[in-house]
Design a protein around this ligand. Structure first.
Ligand SMILES: [Zn+2]
Length: 424
């Protein structure tokens, strides 16, 4: 086994700061499991008061279902005892993993991204994105590639990670007012905590994908843990929202061939990203709001200079806190001025049936840019588009906060760990 070289170590270090690859997410938006069981609506969609939106509630249809799922925000998820259906499916997928990537060196590190002592061959046999930004496994392996670029030029593929956020009404109202759809990459633990907010995404006609159960570094996990992180998130989205996603995004972008095979076994296409707004990073390593605005503007300027004249791009945005959501609202006019189209990944990829349930039909690219649907084709009610406005800092979180009240990820800690691990 080869020891990582200094150059590879530096690349790995840099990659650790990329978007969802830069922050460890502990439990946030803490909610659920409280005294009052409400019917579907916690607060009206036109209520943008953060405290009101984030008041904990229990959702009656889910009250007796939690035993079917792993504990929320416990890394990593594992198979639930007695879940024979999940165990059988895992056994099948695991057999495929052994067949396709028996050489794999994974797991690579820890669920929190500590690669202390990690050794990895310089040839990148596992197409490990975190190390090499590899998105295309060797063709002979028959493993699906990741989505980063989009086929349509001058097109911004819009997606938000880490939701549902309890206080997302202002963002979702803004999207509805602008008849703008997005792809929402939901965390299973957040769906448990905030089911009503998750349902709104479908009601508003957004495209829903999986973003794991507890937001770990996926290449650090065993095959069973990778499976459980994806499987139970897919399951809870089905139970709460009523649809079964066919796409996912790895937290921190941390994916390799082994993880890809397991995801593919669950019929989940990996949507990575081409550009990152780094909106999550305010408060880490002295990153300021102005820095994030500048990141947006760099992408926008590049579009004006013709950089996306032949293809579109996926861009990483977050629903993780009120700053990231408000910053998108503020930047939206500039994005719209620079790009011909802003579309959800479903439209960008012409996925007209993005769920297992074939009775949900989404618009392809041409239909979407012609006239976006007001809501999902399944007849879900469109959100009431009123009262969008500035949102303030999130009410509930166990994350440390910066002076500006913005949730602060733990990327700096990770960087130090990587430096110690890989530069030796
Ligand atoms: Zn994320």
């Amino acid at each position: 086994m080869l020891v990582a070289t200094a150059s590879i170590s530096l690349l790995g270090l840099a990659a650790a700061h990329v978007g969802c690859s830069g922050h460890n997410i502990a439990r946030r938006n803490v909610g659920g499991e409280h005294n009052v069981i409400h019917d579907k609506r916690q607060v009206d969609t036109n209520n943008v008061d953060v405290a009101a939106q984030c008041a904990p509630y229990s959702y009656a249809p889910m009250a007796n279902s939690k035993a079917k799922y792993p504990a929320i925000w416990v890394q990593p998820a594992t198979l639930v005892a007695g879940d024979s259906e999940a165990a059988a499916l895992f056994a099948t997928i695991n057999a495929t993993v052994q067949q396709k990537v028996p050489h794999s060196n994974s797991p690579h590190g820890t669920p929190k991204g500590d690669w202390t002592g990690a050794n990895y061959p310089t040839g990148d046999p596992d197409c490990w994105w975190t190390q090499s930004r590899c998105t295309t496994p060797a063709a002979e392996l028959g493993i699906p590639s990741d989505i980063t670029n989009l086929p349509e030029p001058e097109t911004w593929g819009l997606g938000f990670d880490d939701g549902p956020n309890c206080s997302h009404n202002a963002l979702y109202n803004f999207l509805a007012e602008n008849n703008q759809k997005a792809s929402m990459f939901f965390i299973g633990s957040n769906v448990i905590d905030w089911p009503v907010q998750a349902i709104r995404a479908k009601d508003d006609g957004h495209h829903i994908c999986v973003h794991t159960w507890s937001h770990p570094y996926m290449t650090a996990l065993t095959n069973e843990q990778v499976f459980a992180e994806l499987y139970y998130t897919r399951q809870v989205i089905k139970e709460v929202i009523g649809v079964t996603p066919t796409c996912w995004r790895p937290p921190f972008g941390d994916v390799d061939n082994r993880v890809r095979v397991i995801a593919a076994g669950l019929n989940l296409t990996n949507v990575l990203w081409k550009n990152d707004t780094f909106d999550w990073s305010v408060g880490t390593n002295n990153v300021t709001v102005a820095d994030v605005t500048n990141n947006y503007q760099k992408i926008i300027t590049a579009a004006g200079q013709g950089q996306y004249a032949t293809q579109g791009l996926t861009v990483l945005n977050h629903e993780v806190n009120n700053f990231t959501m408000q910053e998108f609202i503020d930047q939206y006019p500039s994005i719209k001025g620079a790009f011909k189209h802003i579309v959800p990944i479903s439209a960008a990829m012409n996925w007209t049936h993005p769920y297992v349930e074939q009775n949900y039909t989404f618009q392809d690219f041409n239909a979407y840019i012609g006239s976006p649907d007001a809501a999902s084709a399944s007849g879900g009610a469109s959100g009431t588009a009123a009262g969008a406005g500035a949102s303030s800092a999130a009410k509930s979180s166990d994350k440390p906060k910066s002076a500006a009240g913005v949730l602060r990820p733990a990327g700096a800690v990770l960087a130090g760990a990587l430096a110690a691990a890989l530069l030796l």
